[in-house]
Write a protein that binds this ligand. Structure first.
Ligand code: AMP
Ligand code: MG
Length: 497
């Protein structure tokens, strides 16, 4: 019996889409964490994966039967500058499986050693960034946000040289696909129209297999336009979902945007503490290109780059193709606004079509920004306030000037009354969309320090467990819900490559 039922499709694309490359073995693989539920959903035996052969596979020391390891090529706009060739420099796609829901999923080892796209990099990953990606991607999944998933983290027993020597690790990552906007750009920039078409057909085939989720692709008379429409819609929904939980991706280069609409590449990402739409945490994002509030605009900019690559497929004649692309891109803002505005209204226990709900939400955000209110705590405490007006005290405390909240709450209560739902039902609905727990930066850093400096994985396990139930009050773990001293605005993240 083969351990993993691989069914590889990307390798059937032309040779110039990838380079074949097995992972480079590591010194002493040791399993840090296996995502057993995900493994089972992928049709893999968790016990086998946790055993000797499984851990060797997850570390890249053994190529399992049916795997066909490759590094894929792509290009990308990095901070607005086009780089004609990037590619998987430290990740190897070992193969694809069909999961229990009938969905195709890529299994990729990140930190699996050099590939032909490594440039000057070592192809490896340090333990800290691997644990960060594992934790944050699983937290995103638990929040209900489309994302790549973490199947396993394995310590390599090797060291990687960054600013200092650090313990190495490999992350086994699972994605609906690893096709990026930059993958299309790579071929389009080389004038390889045939490859763009093959890639679009491949992406369409993936979408068609998912016709249940993306009916637009299956019924379409113009399949490439439908593909673009689908990517636009998924990206609009994704960025709205990010904003609604305070997520800052941090490096929305076109090579880090998946056409499957999943959050991908958790490098310098972080969650807001105090609400300020200008927040950018990444040390390399000096001008705030990828700040929290810039994310919808950047998503549309990236989608415009994707649309450009598809022009030759959209219509025979250029003017008609441009018109089709513009029409598809014009779908972004209404879709985003509906998802974001509707989501904000729900966070306040209101229906988006209630007159005044959207303006009320905007007013609250402006007040939060002016008074350094913690994003997650404000919305979570509003759930209590919806149930019991005495709980206003907890929300007021979050504003530098508590009366700024009082002025807003009057109108909120009027709208809640108009909505006509009973307070208990309102609070329950609000708790289902306002998480109590997000991966707070100060806890993520403490978790990483414990693992890297003391080989103590207790905090990682505990934080992971708490974040797997983000919408439940977990009184025993209340400290993980607390905001950092000082509001967190001075927090910095690093790409950690
Ligand atoms: P990122 O900013 O993480 O999206 O990475 C940008 C590019 O650099 C991608 O093509 C990566 O594969 C590559 N890269 C990042 N870190 C390394 C590394 N340690 N070794 C080789 N390539 C890397
Ligand atoms: Mg990347």
């Amino acid at each position: 019996m083969t351990a993993i039922p691989f069914d590889n499709s990307y390798v059937r694309l032309p040779d110039r889409f990838f380079s074949r490359r097995a992972p480079t073995p590591v010194a002493a693989p040791r399993l840090i964490r296996l995502n057993r539920a995900l493994a089972a959903n992928l049709g893999m035996d968790p016990d086998w994966l946790a055993g000797l052969a499984g851990v060797e596979m997850l570390a890249g020391n053994r190529v399992p039967e049916g795997a066909d390891p490759i590094a894929t090529v792509y290009a990308g706009h990095q901070f607005g500058n086009f780089v004609p060739q990037l590619g998987d420099g430290r990740a190897v796609l070992i193969g694809e499986v069909i999961d229990r829901d009938g969905q195709r999923r890529d299994i990729q080892l990140k930190g699996a050693g050099p590939t032909s796209f490594s440039r000057r990099g070592d192809g490896r990953a340090a333990l800290g960034p691997v644990l960060r990606e594992y934790l944050v991607s699983e937290a995103m999944a638990a929040l209900g946000i489309p994302t790549t998933r973490a199947l396993a983290a394995v310590a390599t027993g090797d060291q990687v040289l960054r600013e200092t020597r650090l313990p190495g690790a490999v992350l086994a990552r699972v994605a609906a696909s690893h096709i990026r906007v930059g993958t299309f750009q790579y071929f389009a920039a080389r004038g390889d129209a045939e490859a763009v078409r093959a890639l679009a057909d491949h992406a369409l085939a993936l979408a068609l297999a998912l016709a249940r989720h993306y009916p637009e692709a299956s019924s379409a008379e113009h399949p490439y336009r439908a593909l673009l429409d689908g990517v636009v819609a998924r990206q609009a929904d994704l960025v709205a979902a990010w904003l609604l939980v305070g997520f800052v991706h941090g490096v929305m280069n076109t090579d880090n945007m998946s056409v499957a609409g999943e959050t991908i590449d958790y490098g310098p990402c972080a969650f807001l503490d105090d609400y300020d739409p200008r927040t950018s945490f990444s040390s390399i994002d000096a001008h705030g290109r990828y700040a929290y509030g810039q994310q919808p605009g950047i998503a549309l900019w990236n989608l415009t780059r994707l649309a450009e690559t598809l022009l030759p497929l959209l219509a025979e004649d250029e003017a008609a193709a441009v018109e089709a692309a513009e029409a598809a891109l014009a779908g972004f803002s209404p879709r985003f606004e509906a998802a974001y505005r509707g989501g904000l209204a729900h966070k306040l226990g209101l229906s988006a079509d209630l007159d005044g709900a959207v303006a009320l939400a905007d007013d609250l955000l402006a007040r939060m920004a002016g008074d350094q209110a913690d994003f997650t705590l404000t919305f979570r405490r509003l759930c209590d306030a919806a149930e019991r007006p005495e709980a206003d005290a907890g929300v007021r405390d979050l504003f530098v000037d508590p009366t700024v909240y009082d002025g807003w709450a009057v109108r909120w209560r009027e709208l809640l009354a108009e909505g006509g739902r009973n307070p208990t039902a309102t609070a329950a609905a609000m708790r289902a969309v306002n998480p109590a727990f997000i991966p707070r930066n100060h806890h993520v850093e403490a978790m990483i320090a414990a693992a890297v400096e003391r080989a103590d994985f207790g905090p990682f396990e505990e934080l992971l467990a708490v974040l797997s139930r983000p919408y439940d009050d977990q009184p025993a773990h209340a400290r993980y819900a607390e905001a950092p001293e000082g509001g967190g605005a001075d927090y910095r993240t690093f790409c950690g490559t």
